[in-house]
Design a protein around this ligand. Structure first.
Ligand code: SF4
Ligand code: SF4
Ligand code: FES
Length: 226
């Protein structure tokens, strides 16, 4: 049975595309070659943040082009990349405090708690909550809440206070990893063992293996039970 097609509009031009496609695949089906705004195609890299409207609805909607399905009457347009404020700092000379985060990103104090960032996030992250946690200096909470951020940038596009939430979250996760999180003892032991040449034979075997052997080793690797 032939698949049902629907009409979408890409920069004003109408295309008939199968309804089972994602936005990204529909654009390619329509003949576009995506050389920007396209990365992993799996919902992880955040490169494909897209805005669109649907018929008779004034609201601008958002989604990841590689994940969101096309809808009948969808109007798609490309958004230009947006330069996001990214502080330059030396993590070795920092403290895991709210004052430190504010020093690097003073605009954080302008948050008006409008929750727009949370509503727009395609990862369903409580963005406003992590922004507020950063203001309180609760670095562990920011790291926890923002863990699934893919840095698509959609929250920053809509923020009336011009806060770049995801870069603040990156700073907090770095501070958390360096100063707050407990060190994993087994990891330290393993790093020491590697440093002491305990695994030189295995590493040498891996380095000399061809692609088929590597694939087989990967397939046969020990996995934690799910
Ligand atoms: S927090 Fe912002 S940058 Fe991260 S996934 Fe959500 S919208 Fe994208
Ligand atoms: S969109 Fe900006 S101002 Fe609104 S809650 Fe999020 S960070 Fe705060
Ligand atoms: S292409 Fe990577 S998230 Fe869509």
């Amino acid at each position: 049975m032939a698949e049902e097609n629907i009409d979408i509009y890409i920069m004003g031009k109408k295309y008939s595309v199968p309804k089972s496609l994602t936005i990204m695949k529909a654009m390619e089906y329509a003949g576009y070659m995506l050389v920007r705004g396209c990365g992993c195609r799996g919902g992880f890299c955040g490169a494909c943040g897209t805005v669109y409207r649907t018929t008779d609805d004034y609201k601008i909607k958002v989604g990841l082009a590689c994940q969101a399905m096309v809808e009948d009457g969808m109007y798609l347009t490309q958004i230009p990349f947006f330069p996001a404020n990214k502080a330059v700092y030396d993590i070795e000379k920092m403290k895991p405090t709210g004052e430190q985060v504010l020093k690097e990103y003073p605009e954080l104090a302008r948050c008006v708690a409008c929750n727009t960032c949370t509503k727009i996030c395609p990862q369903d992250i409580q963005v406003m909550d992590y922004v507020q946690a950063a203001l309180r200096g609760d670095i562990a909470r920011v790291a926890d809440l923002s863990f699934d951020c893919i840095m698509c940038g959609l929250c920053a596009v809509r923020c009336p206070a011009e806060i770049v939430q995801y870069n603040i979250a990156v700073l907090c996760r770095r501070l958390y990893g360096k100063y707050v999180a407990k060190k994993a003892k087994h990891l330290q032991e393993m790093v020491a063992a590697v440093g002491a040449s305990k695994f030189d034979d295995e590493l040498g075997e891996l380095m000399s293996a061809d692609q088929d052997k590597l694939k087989q080793l990967y397939k046969d690797r020990d996995m934690e039970p799910r």
